[in-house]
Design a protein around this ligand. Sequence first.
Ligand SMILES: [Ca+2]
Ligand SMILES: [Ca+2]
Length: 475
Amino acid sequence: MRILFSIITCALLACCAIQSPQAGPVGFRLSSGFKPSQIPGLQLWLDASQITGLSDNDPVAAWDDLSGNANNATQGTVSARPLYKTNIKNGKPALLFDGVDDGFALTTGLNLSAYTVFVVWAQTDAVNGSISFIKSGDPYNYHYLNPAYVAHQPGASTTMATYATATAAGNWAMTEAYRSGTTLYIGKNGTFDGGQASSINWQTDAIGAPYTGGAQFNMVGYIAENLIYNAGLSAGDRQLVEAYLTAKYGLAFTPASIPGLKLWLDASQIVGLNDGDPVATWSDLSGNANNAVQATASSRPTYQTAEINGLPAVQFDGVDDFFDLTSNINATNFTVFIVGRKSTGAALHFVGVCAKGAAGALAPLYYGGDGNFYTQTQTGAYRVTGSQNATLQSNFLYAGYSNAGSPQHRLNRVLLGGSNTSSGSPTAFDAIGARTIFGDYAAQFVGEVLVYDSSLSAGDITLLEDYLQAKWATP
Ligand SMILES: [Ca+2]
Ligand SMILES: [Ca+2]
């Protein structure tokens, strides 16, 4: 018995010691002292934080491979050497590629039929393509990562495979790719797309710069770390590497990590107000300064502390409260997220982001007096999905997206069913919380609002639902 107890005690102690969690984003827990080389198959490991002997702005002649394969990245031409930059991300250095001619050749080219790739990087160019890995000397065989998409072009532009896992310029991200069987998966910050058939090897013999004469594809921005394995890693192994990179570089996800953010209202970021204070301005965090404002004192929603998961929310009184947006959001294509709750005992309506005074261009979120849940469009059609009244009276997470003119709704992460009678899309949003032309003033709480100017990919919607659900503890 004593022996058994000791064994169990040792096992528990060992378990605790191994797991020893470090601080990190939701979903990432890192064993203490983990190194990427602990996972078999590491072919290339470039880590700017392990470069020694250089000072800020020094050109980098060699970026040594830490994988054990001595597959160093080198550049003999001084003007084509990326610059070593100190204190760039989370206190760590990174290499800055100028987008003109900077890049490295690998000592030994890689040609991997199975692979997993991780890159921690930030682009500084929002328009032109930037490349992390390419096969030099061949303009049509490369791996292409830019603000709009990640692609693998295996031989001609017509066969380029693209993946909507974009990262806005200037934002840091961990981009990932792996092939399992004949399916290539592209991901970002731990979330992957649905995969796409690919029989193409991961070929690379250069970092940051393409074939001769292909300067338009040059990397414009920073690379901090790059790992390539010769196998499609298991989910568990990927998570270990993701946790290592996320903690090392402080890669916290925010809604601004996804391009096209037009409006971001977050009640938990309102400052200077006390419980019950009227809100004259709800500041937009998207960078567009599209603040939600109300000039009429009696129509101002109020700031309420500890309303949703202990965080503040903005309360609309159901009588005359609403916000105007400083600028209309013209959004034939859109994705909208709202965290909110109907007030207890309130009448039927919840009104999210809407066109307050236009009969023909209405909200992506509206709980109708007919007991249905719909998006009304400029054509007057709508998508009926059945009653959600009970769900809306508890804290909820809504996502709606234009979906090429056939709007879709998700409530608490579930795609709503029902008969779809909709077509077309709203044309513009100019208010939050009321359709004044119909006298629809909703009695409700709103915690957070996000609006994007495209119909986001399933992967990006998952990232944002993860973020909002973790923050507001919605179902
Ligand atoms: Ca240069
Ligand atoms: Ca009022």
